[in-house]
Ligand binder design. Structure first.
Ligand code: F0G
Length: 463
């Protein structure tokens, strides 16, 4: 059979590979053994036992030659490193915030933010939770309140901005608990746990209006804000001919500050920051970072890490770079859609999410369908993915019961600039193989549960 010649619309990555890292696939028997030893939790597998690692796009980026060159220019002074000033300048230029406090990664920034802003009994509205973000809010005495639009919880819904905040729900909450009990509005874009779903500029503007009306601040989780800017450029009227850099800056200008896990968009392996415009907030954050992360000009990072981040930020906002990134995820996702495999629609910016409830309908949610599917995928092909369902959701502190999230997903997360189209094909074929034999699957039993963020270290047995 010959393949028809496509019209000239293909895209390709705006880079070529100059260094490679060998990977290998274990035998089926070895994979089964590794899985058992890991308690059927992909977080507990050894990386060298993994063939294609789609656990996360966090810190798994391939850096450019320009970034590696910058690593040699690390100014490792305890105070006032030149690399900090380069980082600060890059954040000011591309994100637009006035003040920058570096942290070792995103949760370091979330910790400082939550300690400074959240008081006992406060409510923090957000467009769906993220695991570490919510935990820091809770540890500071707050309660996270989900105000994502209802479409965000429905895997097959095709809303182009499924991560949007439900403005009415947001305002209702403010009226109900009172503005004094809301430390800040937590806006994320795109929404990781909803499937990497974006937020429109229009929605961010509406959030700004509510914030102004009640004199509240908006803190942006900017972890994948560049990917969000790409979706705005592609899907929102009036943004077709704006650059990614312009869209990113406009979006950030609607918020008062951000937490950032630079391990994603910024194309590095470690790093993050807390940024804000307000002077008094900055003074407090700059003081607190010294306790938990390090001096305010390094925040737990080496000078070289900050240099790589500064350079990574500039690379990340190049239109051709972000296009290749999102298009690779889309290529992989559409392959699965074409084969009738249940995934979250539309395909998000950083990952393809399998709908485990539809994949394994015979497995009840408290027998962990997504955890099971992630384990089965590794057993089939050595591909590592991650559960984003009931295990990730954790327990309700008050009742002790599991949270039962509507979304029970397996995330296949694509690291930036790391894998080729052929790796995507191999992975898609393995998922299809499991789908063909889906009726054979049985669930899991949890035999060990840690107290915090249980998905990282919980252990399971096959039923
Ligand atoms: N916010 C979002 C939206 C995230 O996706 C993450 C991390 C964080 C905050 C925390 O940042 O890891 O640097 O401390 N997400 C990773 C993931 C872990 O795999 O999705 P961090």
């Amino acid at each position: 059979m010959t393949t028809p010649r496509p019209t000239r619309r293909s895209w390709a990555e705006p880079w070529k590979i100059k260094m490679v890292e060998p990977i290998r696939m274990l035998t089926r028997e070895q994979r089964e053994r590794a899985l058992k030893e890991a308690g059927y939790n992909t977080f507990l597998l050894r990386s060298e036992d993994v063939y294609i690692d789609l656990l996360t796009d966090s810190g798994t980026n391939a850096m450019s030659d320009f970034q590696w060159a910058g690593m040699m220019l690390g100014d490792e002074a305890y105070a006032g490193s030149r690399n900090f000033y380069n980082l600060e300048a890059a954040i000011r230029k591309y994100y637009g915030y006035r003040h920058v406090v570096p942290t070792h990664q995103g949760r370091g920034a979330e910790h400082i933010l939550s300690r400074l802003k959240v008081k006992q009994g406060d409510s923090v509205p957000g467009n769906m939770y993220f695991t570490t973000t919510r935990l820091h809010q809770e540890l500071a005495g707050g309660v996270f309140v989900d105000v994502i639009i209802p479409e965000g919880h429905i895997p097959e819904n095709e809303h182009p901005f499924k991560g949007n905040m439900n403005i009415e729900a947001l305002e209702d909450l403010i009226k109900k608990v009172g503005r004094d009990r809301i430390p800040y509005i937590c806006l994320t874009a795109p929404v990781n746990m909803a499937g990497g779903q974006p937020v429109s500029m229009e929605n961010a503007r509406a959030v700004r209006q509510i914030a102004d009306k009640y004199e509240l601040i908006v803190i942006f989780d900017a972890t994948r804000a560049v990917e969000n800017a790409y979706f705005i450029q592609q899907r929102e009227a009036g943004y077709e001919s704006k650059s990614i850099a312009e869209i990113l800056k406009e979006f950030c200008s609607l918020t008062d500050g951000c937490t950032m896990s630079a391990k994603k968009d910024s194309l590095v392996n470690i790093g993050g920051w807390l940024a804000m415009n307000d002077e008094a907030f900055f003074e407090e954050a700059r003081n607190m970072v010294v306790i938990y992360e390090g001096l305010h000009t390094y925040g737990g990072l080496a000078g070289r890490d900050m240099e790589a981040m500064a350079r990574g930020i500039a690379e990340s906002v190049q239109d051709d770079s972000i296009r290749a990134r999102v298009k690779q995820v889309e290529y992989f996702g559409h392959k699965l859609i074409d084969w009738g495999i249940p995934v979250v629609h539309p395909i998000g910016g950083h990952a393809v999410f399998l709908d485990a409830k539809k994949f394994y309908p015979q497995i009840k949610q408290d027998q962990f369908p997504a955890q099971t599917l992630a384990a089965d995928l590794y057993a089939d092909s050595g591909v590592r993915s991650m559960e984003r369902g009931i295990v990730s959701a954790g327990r309700n502190k008050a009742t002790g019961d599991h949270y039962y999230p509507k979304l029970e997903l397996v995330r296949l997360t694509i690291p930036r600039r790391v894998y080729t189209q052929a790796h995507m094909d191999v992975t898609a074929e393995s998922v299809a193989e499991l789908y063909d034999h889906r009726e054979k699957a049985r669930g899991l039993k949890m035999i060990y549960e840690p107290k915090y963020l249980r998905f990282f270290q919980a252990r399971f047995e096959r039923l």
